[in-house]
Write a protein that binds this ligand. Structure first.
Ligand SMILES: Cc1ncc(COP(=O)(O)O)c(C=O)c1O
Length: 379
């Protein structure tokens, strides 16, 4: 049986005609940059996230970059984030000449450990970027308290977490000063290329991001500030406008698939034998689970690389997010970290494996995945 890590055809097939006609309308309009499809998407995303403003941009990376530009991050500033994330989170800090200051992760949620943030705050700290990794919100209540106490901005890297909610029901993107989403095709809401969105409740941040998105011009061809080309294409927005109304159903399907994995692993003895650790959606201080949207379903296992190879031979797709934490990347050697600096991030990088979780994944495919993991550990 073949089980790919991700198969988008289940999502796209039923709406293929709607997407084709949305694309064809853009083609007929001859308007390809920003325009009414982008405006419509911005309104819909703002409503969906419960925020006042949403600004369509060229990618999740650019959403982070422009959000940091909007709060004025520059040389001599420090920005606190996690070393266990996609490169863009820290890359954007460094690209603005600021220093990424890493804080280790909580080993259960894989998100930044709020207990370890305060000791890293200095007079140069400007902001905290919590990453809602794999589709689960970071512990925003604690992070926001710390930010408020020290007058810091919170920029959420919600690239993997559209639709995710905290245990008190607030949506990702509406937890800090600015929220950043990615519409990369593998995300829960993905377009047909690159795309992203910045969301905020601050009118002045909305204004700044909009101006920065078009080379810092206002009015056209007059530049009070230096920005860049961070615009979202109409074609991508048109596709996303068709897909967004289905997002909640797809997220629920991912959650159902997660429950099915839990039940399947429960009937094996892999968990009691401590061979497999499943993702958890509850923080220590809350009895109510987070609304985890499982952009990835990530397990921890001993002998991860051998298991991955074994599953590959059995036609099962998996991925490692991420094999080398950011503090050990060559480009960040200048920060002076070494092996052992962030032990939880390093352990996660060594032991985690993402299993297929996409909407449309069949129960028998999930059964096959768990069966093969079982046979690896019992063989
Ligand atoms: C946590 C995180 N941050 C930022 C990004 C960057 O988004 P994009 O690929 O749309 O530039 C991604 C996407 O891969 C991500 O997963």
């Amino acid at each position: 049986m073949n089980v790919p890590l991700l198969d988008l055809s289940h999502q796209h097939q039923p709406i293929q005609e709607d997407i084709a006609s949305a694309i064809s309308e853009v083609v007929s309009s001859n308007a390809f940059i920003l325009g009414q499809d982008v405006t419509k998407l911005e309104q819909q995303i703002a409503d969906y996230c419960g925020v006042d403003f949403a600004i369509g941009v060229s990618s999740g990376t650019d959403a982070l970059l422009i959000a940091l530009m909007a709060i004025g991050v520059g040389p001599r500033d420090e920005v606190i984030t996690t070393p266990y994330t996609f490169f863009a989170t820290a890359g954007c800090i460094a690209r603005l000449g600021a220093k990424p200051v890493f804080v280790d992760i909580d080993p259960i949620s894989y998100n930044i450990d709020p207990e370890k943030i305060e000791e890293k705050i200095t007079p140069k700290t400007k902001a905290i970027i919590p990453v809602h990794l794999y589709g689960q919100c970071a512990d925003s209540a604690v992070i926001n308290d710390i930010a408020k106490k020290h007058s810091l901005y919170v920029v959420e890297d919600a690239a993997q977490a559209i639709g995710a909610q905290t245990s008190d029901g607030r949506k990702a993107g509406n937890l800090g000063d600015l929220g950043c989403f990615s519409f990369f095709p593998t995300k829960n809401l993905g377009c047909f290329g690159d795309g992203g969105m910045v969301v905020t409740n601050h009118p002045e941040m909305n204004e700044r991001v909009r101006v920065l998105r078009v080379h810092g011009s206002k009015p056209k061809y007059y530049h009070p500030v230096i920005g860049g080309n961070f615009r979202l294409d109409s074609l991508q927005a048109a596709v996303l406008n068709v897909k967004l109304p289905r997002l909640e159903t797809w997220n629920l399907e991912r959650q159902e698939n997660a429950r099915r994995y839990e039940a399947l692993f429960d009937t094996s003895d892999l968990i009691s034998a401590q061979k497999v650790q499943l993702p958890k959606a509850v923080y220590a201080d809350s009895k109510v689970p987070n609304y985890h949207t499982y952009n990835q379903f990530v397990i921890q296992v001993p002998d991860r690389d051998a298991l991955r190879e074994y599953l590959q031979k059995k036609d099962i797709g998996t991925e490692i997010y991420y094999p080398l934490p950011l503090h050990l990347q060559k480009c960040f050697h200048y920060l002076g970290h070494k092996k052992g600096s962030f032990p939880q991030a390093e352990a996660a990088a060594n032991n985690t494996l993402a299993l297929p979780i996409f909407p449309g994944l069949k129960p028998e495919q999930q059964g096959y995945v768990v069966q093969q993991i079982n046979s690896f550990f019992s063989g």
